[in-house]
Structures are given as C-alpha cells and as structure tokens.
Design a protein around this ligand. Structure first.
Ligand SMILES: *Cc1c(COP(=O)(O)O)cnc(C)c1O
Length: 498
C-alpha cells in the first residue's frame, strides 16, 4: 500500500509516512487505496481479543510492517496500561444506544489509543528505513495530548519527547499529570504564555534550519506526534471494527447491518478514522460529527462552506474540542474531491489567505451521503450529563455528553433509529469538577479543588476514582523548567544538555 500526499507530493510507504509525519509539500498522507474487508473478514474478528483485532486491521493498513514487529508493538501498547481487558469496551447506555469507551488507558482519554502505539510504530519505521538518529518529538499541548504523548514515549527505545504547556492554561490535574512523568527520555516545559504561544513556538522550532542542524549534530531528528501523523490515525481505525465485532458478538446487530457513529470532534481525527473503516468495508452508517459551541464543522457539513472569519473562540467545559481549524479535514477534502491534490491545495490556500473556502456541489453531495452534524451548547451539555446519569445511570464526561446530546437531536430531527455508537473519549473523572457540577449543581463544587470534586463525584455516584487521579497529589514533581514564549529553542537545548 502506498501513501499519497493530499497536496500531490510523491507516494511513500506507510513507514515513511509515519516517520515524516507531514509530507514535504505540507500535505497530509492518505492511503492511495483502501484494504477491502469482506463479510468473512469482519465476522472473523468476533471471537478475537482487542490485540488480535488490532493486528487483523493494522496489518492491512500497514502492510510494510513485519508480522513480528507489529504484533510486539500491539501487545506492548494495549497491555497492562489499560484497566479493561477489552481495551475499548462497548457498553449499552439504553436501547439501541451504545458507548465505545476509549478512556481505559494510562491517561484516561482517547489519545492513549493512538499514542500508546505510535512511538512503537515510529521506532519500527526508523529501523526499517535505516534512520539511526534518535527521534525527537516536540509537542505543544492544551492539556490531554501532552500527557498521552509523554506516557506513550516514556522509555520507548530510540525516542525522546518534549512537551510545552501554557503555564497558567491547564487544569491542576493536567499539570500534575505532566510534571510528575518519570522515564529518562521525557521533558516538560511550562511556557510563559497561552496555548497559541506554545503552539506557535513549536511550529517555529520545526521550521528553524539552524535548530535542525544542531539536532542532527546531536544525533537527533525532529518529528511530530499530533494527529496529522498517519501513525496516529491508523490505530484509531481499529476500534471501530472492534466495536462492530462486539455488537455482533452481543447479538445486538446482524452482520451487514449499518451502525451509526456519533463522534465528539475537534481536529477531525477520530471521526475520519471511522470514515476510513467504512471505506475499508465496515458497514458504517451515518457519521455524526458532534461539536460544542465552537461549531465551525457543523456549519461546514451543513452548508459546504468552511468559514473562520469573525468567528469567536469559546472556552468550553469540553476543552479538547475547542478548535477552529480542524487539520484532518484536509484528508476528507482529498477524498471528497476524488484525490484531486491541486483542488485541496487551492482550498487550503484559500483558508490561509481568505480564512474561508467553499466546496462545490458535487463534493458537498458526497459529504452529505456519509456525514451529519450537530452542536451542543454548554447548558445542553450539562443537562445531558445529568439526564444520562438520572435516566440511564451512565456517567459521562463533558466531551462524550456533547456527542450524546447531538445524537438525541439527530434522531429526533431525522427519525433515523439505526443502532448508534457514541464514541466516549474521556473518563468522567478527568473532568470531575464539570461533571459534578452538572449532576449536583454549582454549590457542590464551590470551594473544592479538582481532587475534592472527584471524591465528591465518587461518593455521589458510587463509581471509583481512577488510581491515576488518586495517586497524582502524592507523586514527586520531576519537571520544573519554565521559559519565556520567545525562549523555547534555548529551553529545549537546556533540558537536552542536562
Ligand atoms: C482530542 C479529543 C477529542 C477530539 O478528537 P479529534 O480527533 O481531535 O476530533 C474529543 N474528546 C477528547 C476527550 C479528546 O481528548
């Protein structure tokens, strides 16, 4: 299988696409053709473990990886770090509505599903391609991705990971999760600025030729762990197949029956993986793209016009979806245009210069065949958390609640009653204060820090606080570096020199 750049650069192997991250023309790598899973291939997944399903799916998307290396990477990624043997269990919320829980990994959010595997795929790609330098991953985070990357790269051979976070821009629990990270190849630096400053600084380092030379002299090469890397997308395709196999195993659906997936969306990586699963033969029904108040994707899917001019940026209680430019949308545009790289490059240029673009009627028709979209405001999200707990005894986090609220609207508006899987992306305890407030009201959280809120949520619902949260206040702080926003290069060299 070959990977093509969405902007037309020469085809490469999956291993090379993973090692590079971004194509040299600034495009994203997408599969030139999709594997075709037959009914029998899907049925064969039913009795398998998650790890076996992962191999069955990934070996078809990453055929250049050897069986032994891929199996070893998968079993190391989805092992004891997960608190559920199913890895990504499907739970019934009510009737034909299910939750695919992707937060049973070490950092309690769905980023683990990809970031536990990516470092191992990267190391194997480097080995196959004869890259001897240490792979140095730079990440700017607004909270969840940083810890998931640190945990994934922790002591992964041949790699090193450095995370920048905005000094006053992450929650108490998120900061502690990062600065208590162990391992000999992890670095965490606070930036005196906001997330945009950290993100801009990382981009600047990536395009700094002198910095690249210095890294090369140190035997290092820079790479990326954010969701533009196909190595992050591929592991996410697996859990859609796995969820379908679980529904078959439970007798909830029959082989071939279409299942809708409702996905809380930010950078469009998670929902695109569902689309890729469908293109590879999984009977995927409607893909319902759920947004919070930052609803640029809702408007795009409904109208075909992506417009970020004079759009306010809202800080919401589902912060991992607070995003205006969804980078993975470029892969969808590539597909909708019939792999027309020139067209995609023109749309991306329009977004950069005019801050908007419009797809043509044919592309929009194709989009609407597969996707639906909706958004939920803050009050609707809180109400949905409370409703799901009261009526279904299902405790959901703020991101999952966006999807749950949007799915209810979708069903009401369309009458589409097909079985639906809500993709549940974070543990309710990762956003314990917001979840507690939604269920028990504002007084319940007043005067409490994140940890006290989690204790109260546990007492109220009879569910357990995850050990990762309980341990946080007792772990030693190992990373204390702070840097000004224009001093990030020097800060990296400083922590590397230590
Ligand atoms: C990253 C994230 C999302 C959004 O996923 P995308 O792939 O960026 O669309 C949703 N929920 C949580 C909890 C996340 O961490």
């Amino acid at each position: 299988m070959q990977m093509l750049s969405t902007r037309g650069a020469a085809a490469v192997s999956p291993a090379e696409a993973i090692l590079r991250g971004l194509a040299p023309d600034g495009g994203l790598y997408a599969p030139a053709q999709f594997p075709a899973f037959s009914r029998e291939d899907v049925l064969a997944l039913v009795p398998m473990s998650y790890q076996e399903r992962a191999y069955a799916v990934l070996s078809r998307f990453l055929p250049d990886f050897g069986e032994n290396a891929l199996c070893a990477a998968i079993s190391a990624a989805y092992g004891s770090g997960f608190d559920s043997e199913a890895v990504a269990p499907v739970r019934t919320i009510a009737g034909d509505t299910y939750a695919l829980e992707l937060w049973h990994g070490p950092t309690l959010a769905f980023k683990d599903m990809a970031l536990q595997l990516l470092p191992r795929l990267l190391a194997e790609s480097a080995r196959m391609l004869g890259e001897k330098r240490e792979i140095f991953i730079l990440v700017a985070t607004s909270g969840d991705t940083g810890k998931a990357a640190l945990e994934g790269f922790l002591d992964a051979p041949g790699t090193r990971c450095c995370v920048f976070y905005p000094q006053n821009g992450v929650s108490q629990a998120q900061r502690l999760q990062m600065v208590t990270t162990g391992g000999s190849n992890t670095h965490v630096i606070a930036v005196e600025g906001n997330f945009d400053d950290a993100q801009t600084g990382v981009k600047r380092i990536f395009s700094d030729a002198a910095f690249a030379r210095e890294m090369d002299a140190q035997g290092r090469v820079l790479s990326s762990a954010n969701s533009i890397n196909f190595g992050r997308l591929a592991p996410q395709i697996v859990y859609y197949f796995s969820a379908y196999a679980d529904l078959l195993a439970a007798g909830a659906i029959e082989m071939g029956q279409r299942v809708n997936f409702c996905v809380p969306t930010g950078n469009f990586g998670d929902i695109l993986a569902a689309d890729y699963a469908g293109k590879a033969g999984l009977p995927v029904g409607r893909l319902i793209c759920a947004s919070n108040e930052n609803n640029v994707l809702t408007d795009f899917i409904r109208t075909g016009c992506y417009d970020i001019r004079s759009r306010a940026f809202y800080k919401t209680i589902s912060p991992s979806m607070d995003i205006l430019i969804s980078s993975n949308l470029e892969r969808l545009l590539y597909d909708l245009s019939g792999c027309d790289a020139q067209r995609v490059a023109a749309l991306m240029e329009a977004l950069r210069t005019e801050r908007r673009y419009q797809i043509d009627a044919a592309m929009h028709a194709r989009l609407c065949e597969r996707y639906a979209a909706g958004c939920a405001g803050e009050a609707a999200v809180r109400a949905e958390i409370a409703r799901a707990w009261r009526e279904d005894r299902y405790l959901m986090d703020t991101h999952t609640a966006v999807a749950s609220a949007v799915l209810r609207d979708y069903r009401r508006e369309t009458g589409d009653s097909a079985p639906a899987v809500i993709v549940s992306t974070a543990s309710p305890y990762k956003f314990g204060a917001s979840v507690l407030e939604a269920i028990a009201g504002h007084q319940a959280v007043q005067g409490k820090d994140d940890f006290a809120c989690c204790d109260a949520l546990s007492a109220l619902t009879g569910t357990a606080v995850p050990p990762q949260i309980l341990a946080l206040p007792t772990l030693p702080i190992r990373h204390t570096a702070v840097c000004p926003k224009d001093g990030m290069e020097q800060a990296v060299l400083g922590v590397l020199g230590k």
